[in-house]
Design a protein around this ligand. Structure first.
Ligand code: CDP
Ligand code: MG
Length: 611
């Protein structure tokens, strides 16, 4: 094939027919994929019942009408001609007519599930509606999570453009290792993992008025964990609005998880998508993709192509192969723009997939499953789906985690097919057999939480656990006089509980440290007995204790100057540790037990030396 590709390969009808027989299947062949296409019923649903699958092609034939005129390309060029302004595009999105109903529903319910077809404007529009409605007053933020970095970045940049602001000002994004937000940011797009991290610094998410868990159907590990945490804080923050937004899949489940929260459905626009299966399984799906792209390019009317591959390497290989073959074919074929999209692609390259296709050319976007629901690329008419995706899987017995290429689920395959029917009637070429679809593919993707190593998340949750509780517990022990007195208070209470381990556990105290303190105390008692010093109690008067500490640690003294604390001996700049009971008070003179360097030079176990 590689050698013969060229005029001869595509010109003779016979060759063409043979290829179509192999790759597109009988239906397309019968109607001649070149100058007519098969139409199903108007609001055709590509999610099929199981036993319909195999007869699907013939069923369409029977129901469908053959249109000699090529409506597909007509619709597209209409769209191109119109050159809508950005505000007109906003008003043209399926969510727009529901703007006020949606805002009303949000006002009336704390938690709302929003279901809508990919591309209906959930991600880009709803945060803007909320902003316009006043949810961002007094600097409150609206947070919107995305399972993927690329989506967070590209959506934020689109919204900044729509609001005519600089990205990073009012609209920003936050992904691991890159924070593109500022003091002014009120619409914040972020990966679900980043929101999880924010719980560490702000456990009640107090600076947010609305949290949108977007792409909920993806059920990434982080999104699933967020569900639990958000449900928790929603209970004690009645002012917080929670929106869970999902493509049209299993939204009832989200509703029942959130105590039967209402579902707001945004009716989508779908054009019919004809689905073609291969007759036999493909040995090399990468090669099959390349061939299919070229075949569509030379035989099918205008409209862009979207190819689903599993990762960067495959995508790069596919793009190279396509480039190479296009170069060889030269001017024999129309211009083809080959554009990759995957997570690590530089953002200027990512942005290119959204540029409108020049007249006469065809855009081919080669994507990971990011283009399944997270990103909407307008103008796609043809989808090529090899039926694979990369999935994390974890073997709990061996402790091995692996990222392997596995067949995607039926739900994924149907989402992919749906990408072809957004702007006009489209076609989806599945590079697997109808039999494989029916018998080999799972109905839905197993949620990540069930097939991954939960170690990191458990640690994160542990550190959260709510950190907050430990903070409260510490605050409960606070007594005047500084950290030494707090420690003494802890010790005394422990003694009063009869050295209870349970008590330590409940109060986030290390029993080991307390036992050590008891040992030291017993040792000192022994020494005192030996040199015959009488054991007396200060009976609640802490002055003698504080005097003793000051006398013992006089060389650990620091003084508050205009430029913060300075140690008396070395004039070293030091800080009171945030965990210290004196952190707020900042007395003029302090005595510290030790100096530790973590993020700064911190004094730990501090007491005021002035009193
Ligand atoms: O979230 P949902 O899938 O419902 O849709 P969206 O991401 O809000 O996209 C709505 C529309 O915004 C798309 O159909 C595109 O026309 C446009 N959009 C864009 O042009 N560039 C982006 N980076 C994202 C969206
Ligand atoms: Mg979206």
């Amino acid at each position: 094939y590689e050698e013969s590709i060229g005029e001869e390969r595509f010109a003779p009808r016979e060759e063409q027919r043979r290829w179509e027989e192999e790759h597109i299947g009988a239906a397309a062949l019968k109607f001649g994929a070149k100058d007519a296409h098969v139409r199903g019923q108007k609001e055709y649903d590509y999610v099929m019942e199981e036993d319909e699958v195999i007869q699907f092609v013939s069923a369409t034939q029977m129901k469908g009408t053959v249109e000699k005129e090529d409506e597909t390309s007509l619709q597209l060029s209409e769209l191109e001609k119109q050159k809508l302004s950005i505000q007109e595009v906003r008003r043209s999105l399926p969510v727009f007519p529901y703007r006020s109903d949606l805002l009303k529903a949000i006002a009336n319910h704390q938690i709302l599930i929003i279901e809508g077809e990919t591309g209906s404007g959930k991600t880009t529009q709803i945060p803007q509606y909320l902003h316009e409605e006043g949810y961002t007053h007094k600097g409150m933020k609206i947070g919107c999570t995305q399972p993927r970095r690329v989506a967070a970045m590209s959506v934020a940049s689109r919204v900044a453009q729509e609001m005519a602001v600089k990205l990073g000002n009012e609209v920003g994004y936050s992904i691991r290792f890159e924070d593109c937000t500022s003091e002014r940011t009120v619409l914040k797009y972020m990966t679900d993992g980043m929101l999880l991290r924010e719980f560490l610094t702000e456990p009640d998410l107090a600076s947010y008025s609305v949290i949108i868990i977007d792409e909920a159907h993806e059920r990434t590990l982080h999104t699933d964990v967020l569900f639990g945490l958000i449900k928790d804080i929603a209970r004690f923050r009645p002012g917080l609005k929670v929106l869970v937004s999902s493509a049209t899949l299993n939204t009832e489940r989200f509703s029942s998880f959130f105590d039967d929260a209402p579902i707001f459905r945004i009716p989508g626009r779908r054009y019919p998508v004809d689905i073609y299966y291969t007759k036999a399984p493909e040995a090399d799906y990468l090669e099959a993709c390349v061939v299919s792209v070229l075949q569509i390019h030379v035989t099918q009317p205008t409209g862009d192509i979207l190819v689903f591959l599993t990762g960067q390497e495959e995508i790069e290989a596919c793009c190279e192969m396509l480039q190479e073959r296009c170069r060889r074919l030269g001017s024999k074929i129309a211009e083809m723009l080959i554009l990759p999209i995957y997570a690590n692609l530089p953002s200027d390259m990512q942005a290119k997939i959204f540029d409108p296709t020049p007249p006469g050319a065809r855009k081919v976007v080669v994507a990971t499953n990011i283009a399944e629901t997270s990103l909407t690329i307008d103008g796609i008419i043809y989808v090529i789906d090899p039926g694979f995706c990369k999935q994390k899987s974890y073997n709990a017995r061996t402790g091995m985690e692996s990222l392997i290429v596995t067949p995607c689920s039926k739900a994924s395959a149907n989402q992919r097919a749906g990408r072809a029917g957004r702007v006009a009637a489209g076609k989806c070429f599945r590079l697997y057999t109808a039999w494989a679809y029916k018998n080999e593919m799972e109905d839905t993707t197993v949620p990540e939480i069930q097939r991954t190593n939960l170690g990191n998340v458990v640690l994160l949750l542990k550190s959260l656990d709510k950190l907050v509780h430990a903070d409260t517990a510490r605050a409960n022990f606070t007594v005047p006089g500084g950290d030494h007195m707090v420690l003494l208070n802890v010790y005394t209470q422990w003694v009063e509980t009869g050295h209870s381990l349970q008590w330590c556990y409940e109060n986030f105290i290390q029993a080991r440290s307390l036992r050590r303190a008891r040992d030291v105390r017993e040792q000192l008692e022994g020494l005192m007995a030996r040199i015959e010093i009488e054991l007396t109690s200060c009976e609640g008067d802490t002055v003698p204790i504080r005097k003793a500490i000051t006398a013992g640690y006089f060389y650990h003294t620091a003084r508050l100057t205009r430029s913060g604390y300075k140690t008396v001996k070395q004039q070293q700049s030091v800080f009171i540790h945030p965990n210290s009971s004196l952190h707020e008070e900042q007395p003029r003179w302090v005595i510290y037990h030790e100096l530790v360097f973590t993020t700064k030079e911190f004094m730990r176990q501090v007491r005021s030396a002035g009193t």
